[in-house]
Design a protein around this ligand. Sequence first.
Ligand code: TYD
Length: 210
Amino acid sequence: MFITFEGIEGSGKSLQIVRAHEYLLKKGRSCLLTREPGGTGFGRELREVLLRPGGAAREPWSELLLYLADRHQHLKEVIEPALARGEIVLCDRYQDATRAYQGAARGIAPDAIEDVSRLLGVIEPAKTILLDLDPEAGLRRARRRNSLDPAAAAEGRFEDEDMAFHARVRRAYLDLAEAYPQRFCVISAADEPDVVFARIAALIDQWIYG
Ligand code: TYD
């Protein structure tokens, strides 16, 4: 089963996905935790280029093709082999991030993204957890984290975008959730982390154990 976690900056998804992974391992499930960009050796090199604040200017399509290069490598090297072994795969961001950031926020036509992705064999996850949060609150959290953690600050390219950009990302995620109600579960990320995780654990139990 392929499960992705999505959300705007500062939505807490990276913390929650680690907890979900630990939860599944404790239950004795074989489960792989991975992320995009950067789920492979080549992907980690791309991640550096994609997320470094102050990196050189790039066209939306140039950025899109690098995210898709990361995804293609990740699918072939990590995700598809793990699914073939029968593992649960948890991925921190995936194709919906491309739809929201490069599509809605950077302005690339959705059909164009779908066409190129189809050529590359991009598969859809079975389930997607969207941690939804107001962008003002998310950005506040993300910028605080960056001021305390130099490693996070070194990946802060998108935190430098303005509020209108992040509002478009959030709107796009909510529109995707509405368009694919079978796949998406929207959880408010405004609550305490333990409360958010309890909701995620309940969903996982429902998906895995029916
Ligand atoms: P992430 O590591 O999840 O950062 P954070 O923990 O700060 O949310 O994601 C890195 C950034 O990459 C994030 O700002 C969104 C961006 N991104 C895209 O623009 N397109 C994509 O396809 C993916 C996977 C990520």
